[in-house]
Design a binder for this molecule. Structure first.
Ligand code: AMP
Length: 378
C-alpha cells in the first residue's frame, strides 16, 4: 500500500475508477472541498462524467486508459469492487500515483469465499459456510448445514444475482447449474428479523469512525428503504459498531467500507457482506449527518483527520428504481421538504437505480406511512 507522505490538498485531482452514482456523489463532496475530478468509465455522459473535469471513456481494465487517469490525477480511488486488482497494481508500479485504498481490500471483497475466510479469521460472527466445487461437495455440505441454505457464486454476484436458495433435495439440480459459473459457497440460512448495515471509515493514521446504523428493507433483493437509526436496542447498535471497527482495523482500511449485517430473532448479529466503498444504505448521511459517507471517503483518501459523525436527524431513504422514476420526480413538487436525488442516468430500466429520496423526520412511522401513501413504491 502506498503511504501518503503528503496530504492530497484541495486543488489536486482525484481520479475515480467507475462513473456511476457513487462516483458522482464522491465528486460532489470533493468539489465542495475544491478538488478536481477525473473519471474513467466506458459510458458516455455517465453520472460521474456529468460533474467531473475530465472523462476518459474506456473500459475499467484498459491499462493505457488507467495509466492516463493516473497521470492526470494526484490520487486514485474506485467506486465499485469489480475492478481488476492486478491492473491497478501495474498502474501503481508504472505511474507514481497514490492509491490509498490499495488492492488487498479489493482482492478480499471480490471473492465471497476469501471475504468469509477473512471475517471468520477476524473473529466476526458469520453464518456457517462451505466451499463448493462439485455436486458431491454440495450434497456433503447440505448434510452439515441443513435446509434451507443458499448457494452463491463467489464472484460477480450482487443484489441477489448468482444465488440459489435450496429448501429441499428437489432444489439441488437447479442449484448445481450455478457451478457452471465457477466455485460457489454454500451458506446456512439465517432467519433474520432485520437486515442492518453500517459504514465505517479509516485513514492511514489508523483513525476509525463509524456512522449511524441503518435498518434496510429489500424488495426482490434490491435495497428499497433504509431507516436510520435502525430500530434495534443500543446494545445491538454497539455490537454493529464494534464489528465494523474490527473489520476496518484488521483490513487496514483506507477510505469507507459498508458492512451488511443480519440481526436474528434471538438477538444475534452476523456479518453478511462487505462493500469496499460507499454503499447505497449510507446515502441518508448526505442530509442526515454532520458528514456524509462521501465526505469521510474523500477525507480519508486525501489523508485528512476524520470527524466523529453525528446524526443530525433521523431519516428514511428510499431508492428510486426505473419503475418509480417518473412518479418520484413529481415529489419535487408535492413534497418540497424531501430530498430527491436524480443520478442523471440515460436510459430508464426496471430495477435500475435512477436516484433516491431522503426524508428527514422525527416521526419515522408516520413518514413510512406517507411514503406508502404516495403509491410510488407499492
Ligand atoms: P447478498 O448478495 O449476499 O447480500 O444476498 C442478497 C440478499 O439475500 C440478502 O440481502 C438477504 O436478504 C438474502 N440472503 C443472502 N444470504 C442469506 C442467508 N445466508 N440467509 C438468509 N438470507 C440471505
Amino acid at each position: 500500500m502506498t503511504i501518503l507522505s503528503n496530504l492530497i490538498k484541495p486543488g489536486s485531482t482525484i481520479g475515480i475508477i467507475g462513473g456511476g452514482q457513487l462516483g458522482r456523489m464522491m465528486a460532489f463532496s470533493a468539489k465542495e472541498r475544491g478538488y478536481r475530478i477525473a473519471v474513467l468509465d466506458p459510458t458516455p455522459d455517465c453520472p460521474t462524467a456529468q460533474v467531473a473535469d475530465w472523462h476518459i471513456e474506456a473500459a475499467y481494465d484498459d491499462l493505457d486508459a488507467l495509466k492516463e487517469l493516473a497521470e492526470r490525477s494526484d490520487v486514485l480511488t474506485y467506486e465499485f469492487e469489480n475492478v481488476d486488482a492486478e491492473t491497478i497494481d501495474r498502474v501503481q508500479n508504472e505511474v507514481n500515483i497514490a492509491i490509498p485504498q490499495g488492492t488487498d481490500l479489493l482482492l478480499i471483497t471480490q471473492n465471497r469465499l476469501s471475504e468469509k475466510d477473512f471475517l471468520k479469521k477476524a473473529g466476526i460472527p458469520i453464518a456457517s459456510y462451505a466451499k463448493i466445487e462439485t455436486k458431491a461437495d454440495l450434497i456433503d455440505a447440505i448434510s452439515t448445514l441443513g435446509y434451507p441454505c443458499v448457494l452463491k457464486t463467489i464472484r460477480g454476484g450482487y443484489d441477489g444475482k448468482g444465488q440459489s436458495v435450496l429448501k429441499s433435495d428437489s432444489d439441488i439440480a437447479e442449484a448445481v447449474s450455478l457451478l457452471g459459473n465457477g466455485i460457489c459457497v454454500l451458506e446456512e440460512w439465517v432467519s433474520f428479523k432485520k437486515e442492518l448495515s453500517i459504514m465505517v471509515a479509516r485513514n492511514e493514521s489508523g483513525q476509525v469512525v463509524t456512522m449511524p446504523v441503518s435498518e434496510n428493507i429489500h424488495y426482490d433483493n434490491i435495497l428499497l428503504k433504509s431507516i436510520v437509526p435502525a430500530r434495534v436496542s443500543d446494545e445491538t447498535l454497539n455490537e454493529a459498531r464494534l464489528i465494523a471497527e474490527t473489520i476496518a482495523e484488521k483490513m487496514a482500511l483506507v477510505g469507507v467500507l459498508g458492512v451488511e449485517l443480519f440481526f436474528t430473532e434471538s438477538g444475534e448479529i452476523y456479518a453478511n457482506e462487505l462493500a469496499p466503498r460507499p454503499h447505497n444504505s449510507g446515502h441518508y448521511s448526505i442530509e442526515a449527518c454532520s458528514d456524509s459517507q462521501f465526505d469521510l471517503h474523500i477525507r480519508a483518501i486525501c489523508g485528512y483527520p476524520l470527524p466523529e459523525v453525528e446524526l443530525l436527524k433521523p431519516a428514511v431513504m428510499v431508492n428510486i428504481l426505473g419503475e418509480h422514476f417518473e412518479k418520484a420526480l413529481e415529489l419535487n413538487s408535492s413534497q418540497p421538504k424531501w430530498h430527491v436525488h436524480d443520478y442523471g442516468k440515460n436510459g430508464v430500466k426496471v430495477g435500475r437505480k435512477m436516484g433516491h429520496v431522503t426524508i428527514l423526520t422525527d416521526a419515522i412511522e408516520e413518514t413510512l406511512r406517507t411514503i406508502d401513501e404516495t403509491k410510488i413504491w407499492n
